[in-house]
Design a protein around this ligand. Structure first.
Ligand SMILES: [Zn+2]
Length: 183
């Protein structure tokens, strides 16, 4: 897709919204009060607001490969802090998906130097390969979501600012479009 095509699509997006509500962007400019913080994989097929038909302003989204929660990840920590302290989100959703390339790469002993720091985070939370060699990628993906939910609940920022905030783990099925609730 060319740059011009993106601009054409954007103009179309504006036109459709203004047709329904001419003041839409004036209201959008007033600020955000999203109900959810979503931690999602970066995969291009799993955009959280598209799969749930959520309009702009409803989801504060942080994305990384294989939806990881790591205390040493400053970018996620900043998103978490901002979402809890300033946006006062009501719920946090950790959303993995089937056919996850991040889980596949971690499991297949990918050795690209540029990916190793990140893949080591993913590997740390997967079962030991020798005891679970028959597991499918989708089973591992579920384990990963549950583990990241656990990591989130133990995150110092969540422990300080997350009182009363719900945490949910979900798995998006790319083969059917279903959003499965895991916990
Ligand atoms: Zn993924």
């Amino acid at each position: 897709m060319e740059k011009q095509e993106l601009q054409k699509k954007n103009a179309e997006f504006i036109r459709k919204i203004k047709e329904r509500d001419p003041l839409y962007f004036n209201k959008l400019k007033e600020g955000q009060k999203p109900e959810f913080l979503v931690l999602s994989c970066s995969d291009s097929r799993v955009s959280p607001s598209i799969i749930t038909e959520m309009p702009l302003g409803y989801m504060f989204v942080h994305r990384n490969i294989a939806n990881q929660v790591a205390v040493e990840d400053e970018s996620f920590s900043a998103s978490l802090y901002y979402a809890l302290k300033y946006l006062e989100v009501k719920e946090i959703i950790v959303k993995g998906h089937t056919d996850c390339g991040g889980i596949k790469a971690a499991w297949s002993d990918n050795d690209d130097e540029e990916l190793q720091t990140w893949l080591s985070k993913i590997r740390k939370d997967l079962p030991q390969k020798d005891v679970s060699k028959d597991m499918t990628i989708d089973e591992l993906t579920k384990i990963n979501v549950l583990k990241q939910v656990d990591n989130l609940k133990k995150h110092p920022i969540f422990k300080t600012y997350g009182k009363g905030v719900g945490v949910r783990g979900c798995l998006f099925h790319v083969e059917s479009g279903e959003l499965e609730s895991l916990v």
